[in-house]
Design a protein around this ligand. Sequence first.
Ligand code: FAD
Length: 406
Amino acid sequence: RYDVLIVGAGHGGAQAAIALRQRKFEGSIALIGDEPEPPYERPPLSKEYLAGDKPFDRILIRPPAFWAERDVTLLLGRKAVAVDPQAREVLLEDGARIGYGALIWAAGGAPRRLVCAGHDLAGVHAVRSRTDVDRMIAELPGTKRVVVIGGGYIGLEAAAVLTKLGKPVTVLEAQDRVLARVAGEPLSRFYEAEHRAQGVDLRTNVLVECIEERDGAATGVRLADGSVLAADMVIVGIGIVPAVEPLIAAGAQGGNGVDVDALCRTSLPDIYAIGDCAAHENVFAGGARIRLESVQNATDQATTVAKALTGAEEPYAAVPWFWSNQYDLRLQTVGLSAGHDQVALRGDPADRAFSLIYLRDSRVIALDCVNAVRDYVQGRALVLAGARIDPALLADAAVPLKSLLE
Ligand code: FAD
């Protein structure tokens, strides 16, 4: 039995243990993870790690010795398959039962798979874990053509890296623009143009019919119009399915993820959930119940739980932020742009440094900043304040954003 048992040794789980010890929590803590590695950062998987620019030991969240020094037990390579809230136990796949005082569920999500024929062929890859990316890296020397299915951040980042490595890359997006779920149209169009300028064959409004094969390995992607794109590597980046089945089976409320309140408590006693799998009411989404897939959210929710468990209950209200690196473009976002009714363009995309500032009901709700760190830093204050500012002033790059805040 552990006083705090954490399921999921990723960003949220690791940070929960770190924050508990920082807050002088003296009880026993164990971190269960189904991957073999100690906690590591996921963002580099589609960036520096895939590119070969950062070795694995540089993406560890803490050096391996840290966990023993802080008396955090790592139970790695072990999967939680059921939760018994009455007995206060977690059942592992290997049959072990582990008791808890409080349970923190930080299991993230599994990559969404294609449902069509060929989705599980050799040469078809998800980009979620180190194992996924090591498998891609091992195949790369023999790879002739890459097709990326899904024009979200992960697919586009992988496309950028593989293009830089000299591979011919096609990106297929089902919707009429890339990044449609997370960004405004001008940002989508900018990234589409950038990828094309770098040589990527980027196609929107494209539906995949199936993956074609020879001897169990992918040879191409067949589209709904009957055409076939040759590919010996197919990368699927179409989102995640939150890993919450054991909690839902135990009676926790939820659907798309597990529902949590402002202290990240699920509907089951002493069971918390954080990170990609936690459906919470977000202040910056106008109180709507959403899941956020970002390091910021996992880390800040971990801190919310660590505080709640050490007698400092403080509702989660952190401002969302995110980043994406593609080629020499550093995108930084702050706030949530979904539901905006106005966009101000600040700077010129042709200069490859600009910002989009999103408003709803005349208030600034989010910024997407491309190679524009100053806007990002100063714009954050506008989002936090929900500032009401004339879009024409926001669009005037000669006026510093910080001067617009009363
Ligand atoms: P995770 O970090 O995924 O950790 C969950 C862990 O739980 C995993 O190790 C999983 O294997 C394990 N697990 C699942 N089920 C069980 C079980 N039943 N038993 C035991 N263990 C289990 N975010 C950004 O902010 N910026 C970025 O640039 C960015 N880039 C990304 C690039 C890639 C390729 C990926 C995959 C993600 C990226 N993200 C980025 C998102 C970010 O990594 C996630 O939001 C973050 O990792 C979420 O943390 P988490 O703790 O909820 O889940």
